[in-house]
Structure formats: C-alpha cells, structure tokens
Write a protein that binds this ligand. Structure first.
Ligand code: GUN
Length: 289
C-alpha cells in the first residue's frame, strides 16, 4: 500500500499468502509421486500463552499448505533427558521433515543442548550450530532462521536495495538480532547493532537509512528519533493493555518513513511463511527433488 505522502506499508500478510500458495501448489504436485506429504513436528513445553498462539499459527499454516503436522505437548516439569528422547524419536521418523521446539523452554533445561539434539537436516528453525555455521559461510544447503530470512524476503519483494545503506539493528538475540545482522552484511549493508545498554540510541537512529527493531520494548522507536525517508522493519510483538504493538511507534514513525512494516501483519506472517518454506526445502532434500 502507498500513501499520498509516498510512504509504503510493507504487507507481510500478503507476501506470506503468496509464498504459502506457491508452496501449496508445488507440494500438491510433488506429493503424489513421492507418496507422502511434507511433515512438521512442533514440540511445546509448558503453558506459555504467547507460545500457544505461535504454535497454533504454525500448525494452521501447515494445514493450509497441505502438510502433515504433529504437535507434541509436554509438561513444564519434563526432564531434559525425556525431552531429548522425544526429539530423538522425531529425528528417526521418516514422515517428519522439520522439527522445532518452541522457545522459551523451562529454565531447568539446557536450551543449546536441546537445539543441537535436533538433526541439523530437520532443524527448520535454523538454530542448530551447523545451520548457523552454514549461514555464516554462505552454504545454501542449510536452513536460515525464519524471522531474519522473512525480513530479507520483504526487502527483495519491495526492491529495497541495502548495498551501502547504514542499517541499525536493535537487539542482539541468537534467533533474531545476530542472524539478521549477518544476512544484512551479506547484502553489503553497513550494520550497527544496539542493545539495551547502548548509549545515545536516538542519535544513532537519526543517522540510519534502515532500522530493524527487535528489542521487545513497546514503541521504543519514536517519530522524532528517525530521519525522513527511513525504512523501518518492526520485529517486536508486545502486548500492552491487551493490544499487540511493535517496538516502533507506528503512528509517529510512519509519518517520516518511506517503507514501514505494521504490527500485526508485517514480519509475523513472514516468519511462518519461512518456516513452511524451510520445511518444504527439507522435504525436497529428503525425497531427492
Ligand atoms: N520463540 C520465538 N520465536 C521463535 C521461533 O522462531 N522459533 C522457535 N522455536 N521458538 C520461538
């Protein structure tokens, strides 16, 4: 959508719908010959309400594209050993192409151990050490983390060139900020990464051509912080007074931006589309297509 001021709202929902439709069609053609559907298994430990919603949306996307899916619900007190056994079963299940363990998991379980217990060939979240390494050196047989990969697809779809651009990434998590930074570097952007201890954030924001906000802090980025024509990607999903909002004050910042993602309807649907894309890639690798 383009406003009268020349500002474009990047429509993640529409782009995600397009990607899912293409996958649905290709999968439908392939599965007859192959004799089985692509399959995704999602493990959820405990009752975190936000995780319940995310998992439900991932399973719905599988249903939409005709994939087989399984949700494995485990008690929050499960031992690490038993969780690892569940993962092992799925690693050995020939109907399963993708496995993900919804994060966060309870504190008594070692997250890295769990992530690396998933076979790298089924790690459709792209969090396994092997896939992070493949991303680092540009080995395309691996899986890219879904949220950063979704953001890169948005830039490509809207022809937003990153070469030589000053990009400010706010947030340095393993699942978003760090891989996002790497993918932006690969696009020849000049990237600065900030965290909650960064000094003079508004001053740095003022200089950025592109802002990628993944801080988990509602409306952290204000209209007065950014320059005219900035491109803004909002990865935050925060719940304030029962309403979902991002890390960017959309009303204010959209007055100055050339491109901006909304929350909801921006990056969120793209994360799911990339998960389905990774699962389909894994399926095709396994069935030799
Ligand atoms: N928790 C928040 N985002 C994600 C994600 O992309 N994958 C998993 N497994 N857990 C998450």
């Amino acid at each position: 959508m383009i406003s009268s001021k020349g500002m474009t709202i990047i429509d993640g929902k529409m782009l995600s719908d397009k990607i899912l439709k293409e996958i649905e069609e290709e999968h439908s053609e392939l599965q007859t010959g192959v004799g089985r559907k692509a399959g995704l298994a999602v493990i959820i430990v405990g009752e975190n309400p936000a995780s319940q919603i995310y998992v439900r949306n991932k399973i719905r996307a599988c249903e939409r594209v005709g994939f087989h899916s399984e949700t494995i619900r485990l008690d929050e007190h499960i031992t690490e050993e038993n969780l690892l056994l569940e993962i092992e079963k799925l690693n050995n299940d020939n109907n399963i192409d993708g496995i993900l363990v919804q994060l966060p998991i309870p504190k008594h379980i070692n997250e890295l151990k769990v992530i690396n217990a998933i076979s790298a060939e089924k790690d459709v979240d792209g969090f396994h050490t092997t896939n992070i390494g493949k991303m680092m050196i540009g080995d395309e047989t691996g899986f890219l983390p879904c949220t950063p990969a979704g953001v890169i697809q948005m830039f490509e779809e809207y022809n937003i060139d990153l070469e030589g651009k000053d990009v400010l990434v706010i947030g340095q998590s393993n699942i978003v900020g760090k891989p996002m930074t790497l993918l932006l570097i690969n696009k020849r952007a000049t990237v600065q990464v900030c965290n909650s201890k960064t000094k003079n954030l508004p001053e740095k924001l003022q200089k950025a051509d592109v802002v990628v906000a993944a801080a988990g802090s509602p409306k952290l980025v204000k209209g007065s912080d950014v320059k005219e024509g900035v491109v803004v990607i909002d990865i935050g999903i925060n719940r304030v007074d029962g309403k979902i909002c991002g890390d960017v004050d959309f009303e204010e910042v959209s007055q100055k931006a050339s491109y901006i993602t909304p929350v909801p309807g921006g990056v969120g649907p793209m994360t799911i589309a990339m998960l389905i894309k990774n699962t389909f890639k894994s399926y095709k690798q396994k069935v030799g297509k």
